[in-house]
Design a protein around this ligand. Sequence first.
Ligand SMILES: C[C@H](O)[C@@H](O)[C@@H](O)[C@H](O)C(=O)O
Ligand SMILES: [Mg+2]
Length: 441
Amino acid sequence: MVRGRITGLAASDVRFPTSLGHHGSDAMHPDPDYSAAYVVIETDARDGLKGYGLTFTLGKGTEVVVCAVNALSIHVVNKDLEEIVSDFRGFYRQLTSDGQLRWIGPEKGAVHLATAAILNAVWDLWAKQEGKPLWKLLVDMDPKQLLSCIDFRYITDALTEEEAHEILQNGLLGKKEREEQMLKHGYPAYTTSCAWLGYPDQQLKQLCTEALKDGWTRFKVKVGADLPDDIRRCRLIREMIGPDKTLMLDANQRWEVKEAIEWVTKLAEFKPLWIEEPTSPDDILGHAAISKALAPLGIGVATGEQCHNRVIFKQLLQAKALSYLQIDSCRLGSVNENLSVLLMAKRFQIPVCPHAGGVGLCELVQHLIIFDYISVSGSLENRMCEYVDHLHEHFKYPAIIKKASYVPPQDAGYSTEMKEESARKYQFPQGEVWQKILSKP
Ligand SMILES: C[C@H](O)[C@@H](O)[C@@H](O)[C@H](O)C(=O)O
Ligand SMILES: [Mg+2]
């Protein structure tokens, strides 16, 4: 069914000026412009289908990722799609192991973001050719085929291919019922949109009132810059949502290890479920120390949005450094690497609660978590997927939320495709939106 030779790969720099409204702001990133290195691949197949992929950035530096995509394109252009997907593990390895490009990674930083953007486009194209939404393409694959997409290099001390096979084999039981359940009720979500750090209290209150009206029951608040400010904002939101709804905190890497423990202890009265990214995303032992110290308070540690790759996730799991694992569809090496992390999380019995705070991230990651529930985890306990209410209007197949849950996408592909007009208008710096902004004195 898969067809065509890849004849072209184009990468562009698309930026949305979200910093103007402080959307997406946190203790470490006060002025993000939600952006993407956006990739389009074409084939010579008669169907005319294209694959769209992206990786998420915050504005400046998107041009660097676009450069990295172009540097990697020699491994993609002229390749047969059938050849790629019939040895997807090999193709992933080829992209991540270029003997020269690997030096500027490996499997981390701009070059890995570029890998994600390219592979996301390949998965989109594959799913489109099969006429299925990506989650369904994955759900319908047999365990052997799924495993053939994963590079197990560096993780076999935590998860062997045989163990992964057993997990997937066990996941076959009750799969049909879980798929029906997803189609009927969707995947539970939480919202981050009420309480970005740059929002004044009045805005927070108004957004929170609206979110409660819309049926949201789980809320995330940004913290970490100023303690009295955090106490005030957490009190405000806790009072508004009441004692029974769920509250999460996100510090975006702001603290030292000891500082994190002390700071979060002072916020414990607001009963947060987790503290997210308390310190450097590379500090595995630091996360473990924080986890251990906060466990008696009933507060878990969540992290993952800036974890470079499966190796870091492996160590976080081995070191008992996290209670909630946050995969990211655009930072890890696409579906391929995310599959390995979902399977490791299952093996270590840690719930996956995906990161989606960015442009397009909700659209993509919903596919992965729906697949996870149906074929891997089989559980919704302690699980929810992030949702942020920004920029969906720029996507051809936007994420849909009903009753605070993601409705499984029905359109073929990975929901990665932006509206042509949006991609053009917001292109940096030539697009008309940026021309206007940049011409202001
Ligand atoms: C800069 C971004 O908006 C982050 O603040 C965002 O991804 C956040 O960490 C999240 O968890 O959604
Ligand atoms: Mg976060």
